[in-house]
Design a binder for this molecule. Structure first.
Ligand code: 13P
Length: 253
């Protein structure tokens, strides 16, 4: 039985004061939720604050990115070891904003995945197509290609640890959500790919979450689909009531 993961990606949105208020409101949202894990991804400068507020709670936290090297002269970068210093357990990798705004390639993302896993962090690996790619009928080719670059050759103990996130680029921050059926179709293809390239047990236990304009109004429909195991939430994770409603939708699914 897969446990839902509801994860909040705060991107570069919060001030320290807003971050503190959000973090303090979070633990209450987890009463009686044995079927849901909750994680938050604040800007890295707030990880110390996050650790101080969430330490001892059931909520997980982590970084939105790491450098592709473990240490060295890389001005402005943050290493996996630094995330671990603040008790992070997860890291988002391959987010479409990293791929499309910062030009991260499949190869670079793979280096980061290897580093994260070597250090003991769980990567949430994001894959997803642009609108142009979807309209050209290439959704599956693009998504499975990104998956192949991310996972091929990884040892199975490591593959067992990863979480996958399907985030269609056209649905991120646009208010246009994939329909539950569109998302389910891609999640099913991803699970089939895992079964074909690894095994059925791994495919059945792999958590595949959906991201892209997840809101209280559409969470229930998405989370009711058999291959959707949670949500990677951007905008709505910054409003505690909305995030809490999404957690509630998972609890009830
Ligand atoms: P929105 O929920 O704001 O569309 O962002 C989704 C996302 O990018 C999560 O990683």
């Amino acid at each position: 039985m897969r446990k839902f993961l509801i994860a909040g990606n705060w991107k570069m949105h919060t001030t320290a004061i807003e971050a503190e208020a959000l973090l303090k409101a979070l633990p209450e949202q987890l009463q009686d939720a044995p079927n849901v894990d909750v994680a938050v991804f604040p800007p890295s400068v707030y990880l110390d604050l996050t650790k101080r507020i969430l330490g001892g709670s059931k909520i997980f936290w982590g970084g939105q990115n790491i450098a592709s090297e473990p240490k060295g002269a890389f001005t402005g970068e943050i290493s996996s070891i630094m995330l671990l210093d603040f008790d992070s357990t997860m890291v988002i990798l391959g987010h479409s904003e990293r791929r499309h705004v910062f030009g991260e390639s499949d190869e670079l993302i793979r280096k980061k995945i290897d580093l994260a896993l070597d250090g003991g962090l769980i990567p949430i690996i994001c894959v997803g197509e642009t609108l142009e790619q979807r309209e050209a009928g290439n959704t599956e080719t693009v998504v499975l290609g990104q998956l192949q670059a991310a996972l091929t050759g990884l040892n199975t103990d490591f593959v067992n640890k990863v979480v996958l996130a399907y985030e269609p680029v056209w649905a991120i921050g646009t208010g246009k959500t994939a329909t539950p059926e569109q998302a389910q179709d891609v999640h099913r293809s991803i699970r089939n790919w895992i079964e074909k390239h690894f095994d059925k047990h791994m495919a059945d236990s792999m958590r595949i979450v959906y991201g892209g304009s997840v809101k209280p109004a559409n969470a229930k429909g998405l989370l009711s689909k058999p291959d959707i195991d949670g949500a990677l939430v951007g905008g709505a994770s910054l409003k505690i009531n909305d995030f809490s409603e999404i957690i509630k939708a998972a609890k009830a699914s």
